[in-house]
Ligand binder design. Structure first.
Ligand code: CP
Length: 306
């Protein structure tokens, strides 16, 4: 069923593969409710977390997922590694492979780095976020979370608000939700809309109130100020006034709409605290579900013949 040795992006996955990962994650979610949460499938395997960009949720949940599956885990620290002495990514990756790693989980500021490692190495490579390209396990955990509330994806209206241009989460979620039959709306200033959306089956709104109407799922995205080299909007206050998700604006979505955010949040910029901590927020459940989803990904890739 699961044929590729790597998970590089949602773009490369079939609908069947996506559902297979989600079904497997559902089984692992049951395992995580037991008193003893550790299972043996990855005993004797080694997972290396190779993060060239900061992370809280993704790095910790990959580490915990690997440990719950009984794998050995190495967290590679860039600042204390030979990368600071000028060692290349290629030599770093080959060194990790020579030490006997079975999986490399890679986050990097440059799009395409996981694909480069996939060609270089005969072990499994998992994309934990590459530049503004993709963040596939985030989209999988988002699908999982929506399914747990709505019991379906097909026909839902998913409103994604904010910095689409710089967001790998937006890209992976656009691929994921459209593949599974949802209607995706992007709500953002024209300056934060990438040109490639013309080729995608989505609706675009520059007006937040219009875009929120009758949405089933409202997903706020972080303003990625670290990736913005020029002024895409006048001030953060101006951005919040036009695109900040407030309780008042949320009333325009369906009464049972859920609120999502991949984290980390800029409270008071893209989302108001009342909404982030409110009754419709499933933001912390997204984090919890990420563990089961990453266990599923590691487990399924371990079963692929290399
Ligand atoms: N959602 C996400 O990727 O968060 P981190 O940057 O904390 O891993």
């Amino acid at each position: 069923m699961f044929k590729a040795k790597d998970l590089l992006g949602i773009k490369e996955l079939t609908t069947e593969e996506i559902y297979h990962i989600l079904d497997t994650a559902s089984n692992f979610k049951d395992v995580l409710k037991r008193d003893i949460k550790k299972v043996p499938p990855l005993r004797g395997r080694t997972v290396v977390n190779l993060f060239f960009e900061p992370s809280t949720r993704t790095r910790i949940s990959f580490e915990l997922a690997a440990k719950r599956l009984s794998a050995d885990v190495i967290n590679f620290s860039i600042t204390t590694s030979s990368v600071v002495k000028g060692e290349t990514l290629k030599d770093t990756a080959l060194t990790i492979k020579a030490l006997g790693a079975d999986f490399v989980v890679i986050r990097h500021s440059s799009a395409g780095v996981p694909h480069f490692l996939s060609r270089l190495l005969d072990i499994s490579v998992i994309n934990a976020g590459d530049g503004a390209n993709e963040h596939p396990t985030q989209a999988l955990l988002d699908l999982f979370t929506v399914l747990s509330y709505k019991r379906k994806i097909k026909g839902l209206t998913i409103a994604i608000i904010g910095d689409i241009t710089h967001s790998r989460v937006a890209r992976s979620n656009i691929y994921a939700f459209t593949k599974l039959g949802a209607k995706v709306r992007l709500i953002c200033p024209p300056t934060l809309l990438p040109s490639e959306v013309n080729n995608l089956e989505i609706e675009v709104f520059n007006n937040l109130e219009e875009g929120l109407k009758k949405a089933d799922v409202v997903m706020a995205l972080r303003l990625q100020l670290e990736r913005q080299s020029k002024g895409f909007f006048p001030t953060l206050e101006e951005y919040f006034n036009l695109y900040g998700l407030t309780s008042e604006r949320l009333k325009l979505a369906k009464d049972d709409a859920i609120v999502m955010h991949p984290g980390p949040m800029n409270r008071g910029v893209e989302i108001e605290s009342d909404v982030a901590d409110g009754p419709q927020s499933v933001i912390l459940e997204q984090v919890t579900n990420g563990l089961a989803v990453r266990m599923a990904v590691l487990y399924l890739l371990a079963g692929v013949k290399k």
